[in-house]
Write a protein that binds this ligand. Structure first.
Ligand SMILES: Cc1cc2nc3c(=O)[nH]c(=O)nc-3n(C[C@H](O)[C@H](O)[C@H](O)COP(=O)(O)OP(=O)(O)OC[C@H]3O[C@@H](n4cnc5c(N)ncnc54)[C@H](O)[C@@H]3O)c2cc1C
Length: 383
């Protein structure tokens, strides 16, 4: 286990904790919060080497910041898609002008992004995408097609879109990775999708001849698949140690409720609570091993399988602990606000998606089967 926090990391932790403590008490609009983070230099901690980030922070300090963020009760981020997904992708594949144009506003919390990959006929099988990006004589692109499940598209200023630049191409060939402005009335339409929780965190996005500039194609024509897959690598490598701090708090809440309601008298509930605790420890060791650079090719898939299933089972356990009361509305429930859910109900419903987004469980198992165990590859449609 060669991943450990040193003295400098602990000094960094004290600075992060003190800044967060001074800020989180206030009421924040989502955009204002992003700007506050950016202004104080807390976005883009890992990019200083490229000359773009706000401050130099080692890998351990990035983990420290994410842990303190999770502990502080700070608002959920709406800038994470730009910061954690697009920025590392631009650093790896973008040209200098693209980095100069797009990284500073992400680091300042000024521009928000969404991810335009999935389509109604292309989710796990992403190579089936049909959205077209037709090249105009002036080199710009005209985009036509539909994306779906696009998180935060209703707040985003920009979308990175995977689209077919070569109309005759199939599967992962002939794709482009384009940076598309969302403010194109009549040409980009965002329709919210209502979820089980009653809220709308994701959307359908329709492109009807939307415009993308020639210089906003990342990695060149035909390189879309390579760029898109590289981005998914960043998505699967997210800061799981910090996520586990949130998980530990959720588990503690379920334990408390089980004690208060007497559900701990049920040996099955006790067994499940202990199992959740033990699995959370396993996830921590796995994350530490991976961060220390000793994980194997399957490590990100193992992490996704562990946390997705764990969190979903915790949601189910929380409902079991509550018994019949789990289905009841809160005390201040009114028929005019039928979707007023408390934290446990919301977490249970939202956790149904945990084994789907970021690569479903079945897809992760296929990756492990093929890339780690060397089992025969599953047949793919097309060429
Ligand atoms: C909360 C949430 C947020 C999301 N945000 C975004 C976003 O911002 N941008 C974006 O582009 N997408 C987003 N997605 C979409 C997400 O990436 C897809 O839902 C995911 O890739 C699965 O695709 P699908 O929904 O089309 O399901 P399908 O691919 O149709 O899968 C349906 C079921 O079949 C299984 N299955 C599929 N193929 C195989 C196979 N070969 N072998 C075995 N089983 C298989 C799957 O595991 C799943 O159980 C989000 C999804 C969720 C739930």
């Amino acid at each position: 286990m060669d991943f450990a926090f040193g003295e400098e990391d602990e000094a960094f932790r004290a600075r992060a904790r003190s800044w967060l403590a001074g800020q989180v008490a206030g009421e924040w609009e989502r955009r204002d919060w992003e700007r506050a983070l950016g202004k104080a230099g807390w976005i883009g901690l890992g990019w200083a080497e490229g000359g773009y980030g706000n401050r130099t922070a080692s890998l351990t300090q990035q983990v420290v910041w994410a842990e303190e963020y999770a502990r502080s009760g700070a608002p959920p981020r709406s800038g994470h898609i730009g910061e954690k997904l697009l920025a590392p992708t631009l650093l790896a594949h973008g040209g200098t002008e693209q980095k100069d144009r797009f990284l500073p506003p992400i680091a300042l919390g000024e521009e928000l992004w969404c991810q335009g990959y999935s389509e109604p006929g292309a989710g796990s099988d992403l190579a089936g995408i049909r959205t077209r990006a037709e090249r105009r004589p002036d080199g710009s692109y005209r985009i036509t097609g539909q994306k779906i499940w696009t998180s935060l598209a209703h707040e985003a200023d920009w979308c990175f879109v995977l689209a077919r630049t070569d109309p005759a191409s199939r599967r992962h060939h002939g794709l482009g990775f384009l940076l598309v402005p969302m403010d194109q009335p009549g040409r980009v339409e965002v329709r919210p999708i209502r979820q089980l929780t009653g809220t709308s965190d994701f959307n359908e996005v329709f492109f009807d001849g939307a415009h993308a500039r020639a210089e906003h194609l990342v990695g060149g024509e035909g390189a879309g698949w390579t760029v898109a897959m590289s981005l998914l690598g960043f998505e699967r490598g997210v800061s799981t140690l910090a996520q586990q701090i949130g998980f530990a708090a959720e588990l503690a809440r379920v334990v408390r409720e089980a004690v208060d309601r007497g559900a701990v008298d049920d040996p099955v509930v006790r067994d499940r609570l202990v199992r959740q605790w033990a699995e959370l420890r396993v996830m921590r060791w796995h994350a530490l091993r991976t961060l220390g650079g000793t994980g194997d090719a399957g490590a990100p898939s193992v992490a996704k399988l562990l946390w997705g299933g764990w969190h979903q089972r915790l949601g189910e356990l929380a409902i079991q602990v509550r018994g019949a009361a789990a289905a009841a509305g809160p005390r201040d429930w009114t028929p005019s606000a039928p979707y007023t859910l408390d934290d446990v109900q919301r977490a249970f419903l939202f956790s149904r998606a945990d084994t789907v987004y970021g690569g479903s469980d079945q897809v992760q198992r296929t990756i492990i089967a093929e890339r780690v165990l060397g089992l025969p590859r599953e047949p793919k449609g097309g060429v």
